[in-house]
Write a protein that binds this ligand. Sequence first.
Ligand code: ADP
Ligand code: ZN
Length: 742
Amino acid sequence: MPGSAAQPQPTRLQVAVVKGPPGLLTYLAPDGELPAPGSRVRVPLGRRGAIGFVVAHGGGAPEGTALKAASAPLDPAPPIGPDMLALTRRVADYYMVPWGPVLAAAMPPMGADGPVAARTVRVARLAIPPQDALALADDLEGRAPRQAQALRDLAAALELPCAELPQGVVPRLIERGLVVVTARQAARSPLADMERNAPARAPVEHLSPPQQAALDAVAGAFGRFVPFLLHGVTGSGKTEVYLRLAQRAMEGGGQALILTPEIALASHLTMAARERFGRAVVVLHSGLSDGERRDEWERARHDPAVGLVIGTRSAVFAPLPRLRLIVVDEEHDGAYKQEESPRYHGRDVALMRAQGLDVPVLLGSATPSLESYDHAKNGRYGYLILPERVRASALPQVRLVDLREEKSVKKGGVITVPLLEALQNTLAAGEQALLFLNRRGFAPSILCRSCGHTFRCGHCAVSLTFHRASRRLQCHYCDARLPVPDACPECGNRLLETLGLGTEGLVAELAELLPDARVARMDRDTTRTKNAHLNILGDMAARRVDILVGTQMIAKGHDLPGITLVGVVCADQGIHVPDFRAAENAFSLLTQVAGRAGRAEAPGRVVLQAFDPDNAAIRHALEHDYAGFAAGELQMREALGFPPRGRVVRLLLRDRDGARLKAAEADLAALAQHLPPDVEVLGPAPPPLAMLRGELRSHMLLKGRKVGPLRQAARWLLDNAPTKPNLKRVRLDVDVDPQTML
Ligand code: ADP
Ligand code: ZN
């Protein structure tokens, strides 16, 4: 045909950049190549350029606009497949976040120029007992303060990456024989280390009838989108159901995805899965080195032998070309929510993914979120119940200690006589105990005895925690660390007093009350290195530890059969946090912790200390009464219009300058006047955490029956914010279905 010999126009690309403007940008395809949708490219943008994902061909800017060209694809094959393009788009749309960052979250950290070499990490460990290190640190204080500090840090953490210790100190400590250093290859076989520490898991021969019923129901839904809630008390055999379902999904070449809320649980489950399915298992979480994560991710994508991916939150985006089933373990856990941009809820994204692929999704928990429970009760989810423990005959007996009547044995301590006696009996019987205190450090605050001055973080609206081994005051929100002052900065008085107790202090109290007991501690301070939590759990399994003290880290899922006693030091903790989910969170934490007792044949006991034993969350946890708790709490949510009986979208304003924030608040309030009447507006007002990491904060809640109108309202506010000069100057984030009001 005449005229058709003209040069073909280069194709246009729609690109979502990872950092940069939120909307799609238009570029020309590079010379001689057409990057497929899902490809990663580099594009000219601003001075330094940007990385982005091609999401479509064509469209965009009007004809005649001068367009720049994108680079050739950065990866040998597009890292994002068509189904993942669709899912990330839906996530970006629902959560009102830009598409680019969601796409970036859907793949492992990747250098702009291909794979990065694996790192080695040098780890220092004490060569002497921690008590000796602390004594020595006191000696060294005057002459070598940095060595003293390093010894204290090591005494607290047991082992630390050398990079986290003061520079130049490690060689001195090695010379003196105080510290040993090992180079850890950031191992590219993430399971090797874990297997070394694996507590053996007894094989299960026959499923119980309720387990079988659950298995049949879910397997019967393969090929359709059906959400199920598996509500099973701790130790009822949920994990066994997950693994057997994974096996069913793998028969005939299908794949399964199991999500867990945290790394320790993912590792634990992976070990069990590896015993059964060997190399068919892939594990994905942020505890792996970048190289390991990339290897595992590539294996999931390309290796036909892979049938099961186990991972934390972002593994919901794992590439699984033959996915037939998604399981979300401990679905109630707040850790599924990503609290920074792009904000999304892993469980809810799992539901979106399952719906997009027409596969069943199984949400499992001993204490389901009220959202999932409400759906199950209303018939929107299949409701599967495992009412009893498989092994032990009954749930543990709970004994309540009223802290208004019982005083602690030791002044300033937290252990009462009944708890001490229970610990003594447990040790005498050669059994193990778990002590739960959801606060790390030695003491949650220190106070001047003369003027009452308390020490607060300069960047956050919270008090600083005293860490004794490292002799520091630490902010648990921004991680600021200060030396402990010699005197009160207000009045100069030297009498500073600790207030309350954290896990570090509890260990010290135990050392006085039960000097022969072997005590270990599991919290964020003692698990900073890669396999630390597995080492601690391994020590428990091997009975090298009698009492394990820990924060909520010990509450979750670990199957530790030797534990017959669980002590809850202060059940009231967290209940009075100003957040509508506070009671729900406290109830589920208490129930989970209590569930750690007596998981094998030996019967379990729980001693629960509380100041307000009549509180509904405590009372129902004491009676293992989920349904009772849920009924009361749902009534309250109904009356207040909070989830699950209403929906919430939260808008968060942030700025370093108080006056600017105030002005922005006024602008936002003025805009909100225009919202339709079915959107209830609360605020803007300062949240309980009115300052965080140096930024002042203010929030506004949009409430209503359905989320659609709330999202529309938030969209409208976002779109109109630039018309308001004061609002334009501060950070404005949207949080759809917020998990926290703090
Ligand atoms: P959950 O995940 O509900 O807390 P698990 O699946 O970890 O419970 O099961 C608790 C313990 O009971 C595990 O040691 C597991 O091997 C064992 N178990 C599970 N199902 C059975 C069964 N049908 N028969 C015997 N033991 C079982
Ligand atoms: Zn802080």
